[in-house]
Design a protein around this ligand. Sequence first.
Ligand code: GLC
Length: 481
Amino acid sequence: MKIAICASEGAPYCKSGGLGDVMEALPAALSRIEGNEVVLFLPYYYKVKHNAAYITEKVAEFRVSLGWRQQYCAVMRLTNRADRVQVYFLDNEYYFGARAGAIYGDIDDGERFAFFSRGCLDAMLALGFTPDIIQCNDWQTALIPVYLKAVYYDKLPKTRCMYTIHNIEYQGWANASFFDDMLGLPWEYRPRLDMNNSVNVMKGAIETADLVTTVSETYARELMYPYYAHGLDRVLAGNAWKLAGITNGIDTNTFNPETSKSLPAHFNSETFVEGKAKCKAALQEEVGLPVKPDVPLMVMVTRLAGHKGLDLLCYIARRLMWESDAQLLILGTGEAQYENFFKDLARQFPEQVSAQITFNLGLADRIYAGGDIYLMPSKSEPCGLSQMNAMRYGTVPVVHATGGLKDTVPPCDANGEGGLGFTFQSYNADDFYAAIKRALNLYENNRPAFRALQKKEMETDFSWDVPAGRYMELFRNMLSW
Ligand code: GLC
């Protein structure tokens, strides 16, 4: 099968969050399946263009129509990738190459990613690559199914398109004038993109894609409710027949406690007691906490954003520190109110709390390895990857049972049996507190059971093999229509 994957980020080239991780591992997993040819389209951002490690050659150039504009686009083929995925970067100096800052957040993001979306389709034609399937992701590439149906239908008549939602909070809103001025679409497509007299490109994708997926089964069901859908619940309910959830995996080569270069000691599910103890001691030292092997170390690696459930943690943090002989370590950056809260907390409890307000992938890895308990109380979570990273490293998760957290962390009882972690059902600080207490109790009062739980987590398969198979199943379904 010929599969084209289009996304606004993909590790290791460019990544701002979980989407970038998925766009590293999913194409690779699909390319390992016999008979597949996988190509990945990404923007040629400043940081990619000026990174000497990525060797490219120009293989096509053309102009992309955006309303009355004709914008130059070159297709740069990456020549030194080790696996079977063919990566193409779309180059335009004005939209991507000349902007050295963050990859999103410019005033003309709508125009930049309209260019990228249409450019991907033009690139396929220019390269003579006729995909069976196009898989595209989030608002940045939401115009691809729209253009495919409205403008490129006769050039790519057999190509089917899957649209995947990783984060429904960002939908790609624009003024109503964007439709005529920028998109150049036939007028009959206007209602599909229109929402409250504005343009919403994610709505356009949901209405026009052949299939819509999201990144866990529970989240696919949750999206039927206004609480989760950020205004798109009725649009999604109207398209529920073509909505499916596929729970992400993680890249088990990148996240591997046996080989990770960031770790001071290596371990697997047989040797983790000793290995994790070394990692824990080194970690406590690194972040300025007293080195105490038997004090439970609770950790969190997260963007400091509201929906990650930090309000719950703020509410209980002091009580937790007073009442328990435990340590808490947080790594992340984000909203000032949370950064300040955790810095204050660390000042108040220097023996117990460390706040690492920074972005550091190596330290993140050492935290997954050195922690005992991983906290993830997200208010909503489409999938979430770090709970899986934590379990792969034998760090026991405490999570809010929502979205992908519910699908990847089946609940265990107070003895650590029957599941993979500790969960709470309703979004409430006391329930979170009780779940943390269950984890701490097990650690303190029944260490063998805690170890057994860690071992079970480490032996669980979180690789992309199963989800990649599910993607293939849905791709085949689309092709049979
Ligand atoms: C987004 C979601 C996260 C998901 C990731 C990859 O970042 O917020 O839950 O794991 O995308 O799909």
